[in-house]
Design a protein. Structure first.
Length: 198
């Protein structure tokens, strides 16, 4: 009970601006993306298997979803920093951090063969198991208008891939494969039927 009271008292003393400032401080001091795009700049994510390097504590995959979330976080923090009156240098640094990662996504994670953003291995090859995170660059501004159109038409609205119906009525979706739409991996991927998590 005593710890709960202390937590509540602390909560009451903290204004929204203080909470935002604390979070911005934590992120700015913690996240420093690697300029080397040959591996993920995110040491906090633990992945099982061969993709995680215990020595460097880095995932050995340039992850399109995590990279895109990093961009969104940087942009959101820049907006919050401006709202609570932080110095323009901090706001500009956060925006620049987001822009730098967005540009890396655009330059290195678009797969011409698949016509979508995908994860990439350290050796430069693409991990062509397309999941909903392949669409995350659409939220960052990394995709050109042409790329965005290709992704929506060829992947998102495709009844054999992500099965989203433009009318929202599931028209044309195979009830035995991807009736509801937006599976966890493209319905035409061999892993789709092997997974029970779709």
């Amino acid at each position: 009970m005593r710890d709960g009271k202390a937590a509540w008292t602390t909560h009451q003393c903290m204004t929204r601006e203080n909470l935002i400032a604390e979070y911005i401080g934590l992120v700015v001091n913690f996240r420093s993306p690697s300029p080397d795009i040959s591996f993920s700049p995110f040491p906090i994510a633990r992945y099982d298997g061969d993709l995680f390097d215990d020595e460097s504590a880095l995932m050995q995959l340039y992850d399109v979803g995590m990279s895109s979330m990093f961009v969104q976080e940087a942009y959101s923090l820049a907006e919050l920093a401006a709202v609570i009156g932080r110095k323009p240098e901090l706001v500009n640094m956060l925006r620049a951090r987001g822009d730098a990662m967005r540009d890396k996504i655009a330059s290195h994670l678009w797969d011409d063969e698949s016509q979508i953003f995908v994860n990439r291995f350290p050796n430069g090859t693409f991990y062509r198991h397309v999941s909903p995170t392949s669409f995350y660059p659409l939220f960052t501004g990394a995709a050109t208008a042409e790329q965005a159109d290709i992704m929506v038409q060829s992947w998102l609205l495709n009844s054999s891939r992500f099965c989203i119906s433009p009318e929202g009525d599931f028209a044309g979706n195979d009830p035995d494969r991807s009736y509801w739409g937006l599976p966890s991996i493209s319905a035409d991927d061999p892993q789709f039927m092997a997974s029970n998590n779709n």
